[in-house]
Design a protein around this ligand. Sequence first.
Ligand code: NAP
Length: 525
Amino acid sequence: MTTTPLLPNHLGGQWVTGSGAGTPLFDPVLGTELARVSSAGLDLSTGFAFARDQGGAALRALSYGERAGLLGAIVKVLQANRDAYYEIATANCGTTTKDSAVDIDGGIFTLGYYAKQGEALGTARALLDGERIRMGKDPVFQTQHMLNPTRGVALFINAFNFPSWGLWEKAAPALLSGVPVIVKPATATAWLTQRMVKDVIDAGILPPGALSVVCGSSAGLMDQLQPFDVVSFTGSAETARIIRSHPAVAERSVRCNIEADSLNSALLDPAATADSEAFNLLVSEVVREMTVKAGQKCTAIRRVFVPRVLYDAAAKAIGAKLAKTGVGNPRNETVRMGSLVSQEQKASVLEGIAKLRLEAEVLFDGNGAALVDADASVAACVAPVLLGSREPAKAKLLHEVEVFGPVATLMAYDSETQAHELIRRGEGSLVCSVYSADPAFIARAALELGSAHGRVHAISPDVAASQSGHGNVMPMSLHGGPGRAGGGEELGGLRALGFYHRRSAVQASSAALDVLAASAVPFKV
Ligand code: NAP
């Protein structure tokens, strides 16, 4: 077998190839080797110091408005190279063009959004948090809270499912804040991240050290982190535990954001009928969520709650739509769902389905049909599987096991209160969607479920055409979730800048605060 070349890393302001044979990246549909990655032998300590000292200082020398300009320039470079990104995504992620767009264009859109938001911050170099507050009787001595960009690096350890969006949704607020970025993409799909960083570096947009990429093993990365650095991790709960307990976080107070797994829900109003619009909207969204990116979305609907009388009708309607999903080689235009990212993920999804089946019945399984243009013994394809439970209150695994693929479980509930309780058994999720024509039902769901979710997405007939989608993460809305979802917060418009700034209270005379205010801008989120 021929060995493919190693993708170079960019660290310390230069391109460096790791040592050794490296880890191969594969085409998950054809099984062919595409490239290799290695971070072995990199001088991490010098590379992190270069980013922190050179990249950070150069970024901080610019205003928010100037850094927003850099984001706008990155958007242009990425747009100019879109075709290459689509080719890489098809080859390395096994995604259809539509699914690649969620990652590639989603990333570019998010960057563009922050470029616009940042422009409005103008020439400022810090953010004012709230109004001045008097400290005593004499109004001359006051306190002003402010946010200053942290003087460290932002390390991103990312998941395999969004090699583009996962980078840019984090890098946009970090760079806008003036904080240099070092990204470590998940190995299986690292190529797209590496190529995008390469294009941006080659275009000479950013100061040296502002953007670095390390592909391959994560060994030693966390050890580099110092008190003013931040780490943003997206991935499994298991790895999240390792990150959280690392001495950098546990002892050096490195700020840490975690986006982990999640058992997101969809809830149908008990007032719905099988021919109501709310019912049809739920069915379409569940099918979309199960099949987009072959269900490899942290926000995908995993648990579907319907009133008991509609359980059979929902199973039939969802199954009928899923049956139309052609699965196979994403290069074939009739294919609606490509493959999982690797054979490891295929094995993990099949294992997960077997686990859920201990507590659920199979309502639909598309795996009997032949793959389109793909060899089932080679391709990492798994067709959609809809499971079901008429007694979800008695289930345990159904509320605990996230199967990261085209799999969801339909569940019958008996009352609105019980539905809310069952949804909260996910112990903290990224998103819950609610399908109802009744604004009061939606408002009750938001009050009951808001504290357990990063986002409550309500779909009523009046927003059917304009709604942004259960699983789509929009830059103006918060992304993250409490509890098992990791407890993190990302995006939410300018709120995202908070993670990359340190808040402090400046207690001083009005005269001094006036001077300070001239180089800052109110932080309005
Ligand atoms: P993972 O195995 O935890 O890997 C995530 C990242 O951590 C990868 O870059 C991985 O590198 C790295 N890593 C592995 N071991 C590490 C260690 N000991 N120290 C530091 N880094 C380490 O997760 P995954 O399988 O890629 O992603 C799937 C999971 O991510 C799913 O559970 C999904 O729900 C979750 N997810 C959540 C969100 C969200 O926003 N909440 C978004 C997407 C995905 P290697 O690839 O080199 O091992």
